[in-house]
Write a protein that binds this ligand. Structure first.
Ligand SMILES: NC(=O)c1ccc[n+]([C@@H]2O[C@H](COP(=O)([O-])OP(=O)(O)OC[C@H]3O[C@@H](n4cnc5c(N)ncnc54)[C@H](OP(=O)(O)O)[C@@H]3O)[C@@H](O)[C@H]2O)c1
Length: 223
């Protein structure tokens, strides 16, 4: 078991430690493996920085094993790194064949920050109004899957792995959870990798991090 959880924006600023304690209580654990800030919230970045300082303190107290961020664009990362004492281990960002987010992944790599792909199978696209870039419905990926006698999901996750990203596919089905980990005994050729790269449309399925704040998503996590 490796437990990751994130701090929501309603607990940014001085409420960060209380938010963290709420996560420990709800999860029934006494430490977290990886603790992330969920959004940069550029509209109130001072509160984001305060929350990150709390995460740094939790790390030094041994209550979390690693800290990082999610949905930070390059500009947010630069602003954070100017103030941070601890480099984020991870930047968890939307990344799948329909939205390859290549430039941001390169910025992460340049800073030694691991790119962790959320919606790695395009879950965000299937939840959106425009499902035309759903990678699980891609003919190109289906053809590569047939060639390797694998599923489209396995091909996408292998592509993520060969890119050097940490993908976090979600499934409620044990058979798919097992399928999604079986990607380490085949490999995609450079030509197959390039065919998947070419599916990028530059269009996200999820929200633009620049837009997200407590004003635009006023969800409050209790506790
Ligand atoms: N940091 C953020 O802001 C953020 C935002 C969104 C998501 N996330 C995280 O990212 C993770 C995954 O993202 P996600 O759930 O949005 O998208 P995803 O993992 O790309 O897709 C999940 C969907 O694909 C299905 N699926 C899983 N494996 C499959 C396979 N091998 N073949 C066909 N379908 C398959 C699942 O259905 P079944 O469950 O029915 O199998 C589920 O509907 C989650 O841990 C989530 O917390 C983070």
């Amino acid at each position: 078991m490796f437990i990751t959880t994130k701090l929501w924006m309603s607990h940014y600023g001085d409420a960060a430690r209380r938010g963290f304690q709420g996560s420990l209580r709800r999860l029934g654990v006494d430490y977290i493996d990886l603790y992330l800030l969920h959004w940069p919230s550029p509209a109130d970045f001072a509160a984001t920085l305060t929350a990150y300082r709390t995460a740094e303190a939790l790390l030094s107290e041994g209550l979390v094993r690693a800290i990082g961020v999610a949905n930070f664009e390059a500009s947010h990362l630069e602003r954070l790194l100017a103030e941070a004492e601890v480099m984020p281990a991870v930047n968890q960002i939307e990344l799948h064949p329909g939205f390859t987010n290549t430039a941001l992944a390169a910025v992460n790599a340049a800073h030694g920050v691991l790119t962790q792909s959320w919606s790695p199978l395009g879950g965000s696209v299937r939840r959106s109004d425009d499902q035309s870039t759903d990678p699980l419905a891609s003919e190109a990926i289906a053809a590569i899957a047939v060639a390797h006698d694998r599923s489209p999901g396995q091909v996408i996750l292998r592509w993520q792995h060969q890119k050097g990203y940490c993908a976090i596919p979600k499934s409620v089905r044990p058979s798919r959870i097992a399928e999604n980990i079986q990607i380490f005994d085949f490999s995609l050729s450079p030509e197959e990798m390039a065919r998947i790269d070419a599916l990028d449309t530059g269009r996200r399925g999820g929200p633009d991090p620049e837009w997200v704040s407590m004003a635009t998503i006023p969800k409050v996590i209790e506790g």
